[in-house]
Design a protein. Structure first.
Length: 245
């Protein structure tokens, strides 16, 4: 692993616009389970229940599941992997963090240029009148929260399966195609279209670094593959990059 970390650090130190794509694996050390890892949510929950049609037809059940799976039970803090990416941005190495995560932990760690392609669970809005809410203000009790202005159904500002990704994905695709190093961290790269972003980057000549515990769908495309925990590998890489810059 050490050789790969050295190689990744050298590539990042020489980058003029590195981009990171993060997934659920970067937040497991903060106590949030991933979907497809050994303790993943899919081992106990049917993925179809995160489909937009299930939400519309069964909003009460869907909200109860969202409370159980996505709403933190206690205080959730960013970990050393989030902090290392924020440090790489401050150092002028990372142009952007594209995240599939909905937990807001990159911003909490200090990253500024964050593209959330699957939304953010901390925000909700009324599907009828658009009034915005903080999700944490809505989660006491059971069933679907209703809008305090018009009584409409409130939904979390996340992308359900079956929904388009829209403008944030376009922005993510654009910056991926302009990157010279593309770092995928804590993602199985099994979810489309997010897993097209490393492909766009590679096509544009970018070097692909994958840091993940367990295999990913794009391991065969990686220039550098680091098998291991993000919260161990990334702080080490950030330290080396800052020394090399
Ligand atoms: P995924 O569950 O498909 O893959 C996560 C990968 O990270 C797995 O291969 C797992 O083995 C690996 N992993 C787990 N802990 C790790 C660690 N400490 N260091 C390095 N790797 C680790 O997740 P995905 O690819 O992000 O796709 C699932 C979808 O569900 C995405 O949209 C994701 O954002 C969403 N989701 C988000 C959260 C969150 O916001 N924190 C949590 C669960 C799922």
């Amino acid at each position: 692993m050490e050789d790969q970390i050295q190689l990744a650090s050298r590539a990042l130190a020489g980058a003029s616009c590195a981009v990171a794509l993060t997934g659920a694996g970067i937040s497991t050390a903060s106590g949030i389970p991933d979907f497809r890892g050994p303790q993943g949510v899919w081992r106990r929950v049917d993925p179809e229940k995160f489909n937009i049609s299930y939400f519309i037809e069964n909003p009460d059940e869907a909200w109860d599941l969202i409370r159980e799976v996505f709403i933190p039970k206690g205080e959730v803090k960013p970990n050393k992997a989030h902090a290392a990416l924020a440090e790489l941005e401050r150092a002028g190495v990372l142009c952007s963090v594209i995240t599939q995560n909905i937990d807001g932990l990159h911003q909490a760690a200090g990253s500024k240029n964050v593209i959330e392609i699957h939304g953010n669970i901390l925000r909700s809005y009324c599907m009828s009148c658009g009034t915005k809410f903080k999700t944490l203000d809505l989660i006491s009790g059971r069933g679907a929260p209703r809008c305090s202005s018009c009584g409409g159904l409130v939904r979390p500002d996340i992308v359900f399966f079956g929904e388009p990704l829209g403008e944030p994905f376009e922005a993510a695709a654009g910056i991926s195609s302009r990157s010279d190093v593309f770092l995928a961290v804590g993602t199985s790269l099994a979810v489309s279209p997010a897993n097209l972003l490393p492909v766009y980057a590679k096509r544009a000549g970018s070097k692909l670094i994958i840091i993940n515990q367990g295999s990913t769908e794009l391991d065969h495309m990686a220039d550098i593959r680091i098998e291991g925990r993000a919260e161990e590998a990334l702080p080490r890489i950030a330290e080396l990059v800052l020394r090399l810059r």
